[in-house]
Design a protein around this ligand. Structure first.
Ligand SMILES: [Cu+2]
Length: 112
């Protein structure tokens, strides 16, 4: 009986752990491209990290770098886009359809 109670308690703990895992981001270095925001808007990564943007909304968006380089992503409504960062600093970007460098749909990646 005691073993059965302990086993039940263990199963509850395991189930709770599994639930909390499912809410964790699939890619810790990722950014979701939603309608109409980047999430998280500010992402901090280590040097030499590749960041993946994943389109999760249904509308067309792009990732356009404020500094103008590298080239922007294509404008798309699904799929992914990646950029590797081998220089420290803060890199600002925006969606040229729903934002500007200073307003609306924009984000930044800080590399340290
Ligand atoms: Cu957009």
């Amino acid at each position: 009986m005691r073993t059965r109670i302990l086993l039940s308690a263990l199963l509850i703990v395991v189930a709770a752990a599994a639930c909390s895992d499912s809410t964790a981001p699939a890619n810790p270095n990722g950014v979701n491209v939603a309608d109409n925001s980047f999430s998280p808007g500010v992402r901090t990564v280590a040097l030499n990290t590749t960041v993946t943007w994943t389109w999760t909304g249904g509308s067309q968006h792009n990732v356009t770098w404020t500094a103008g380089s590298p080239a922007a992503s294509t404008t798309q409504s699904s799929g992914t886009y990646q950029r590797s960062f081998d220089t420290a600093g803060t890199f600002d970007y925006y969606c040229s359809i729903h934002g500007t460098p200073t307003t609306g749909m924009r984000g930044s990646v800080t590399v340290q």
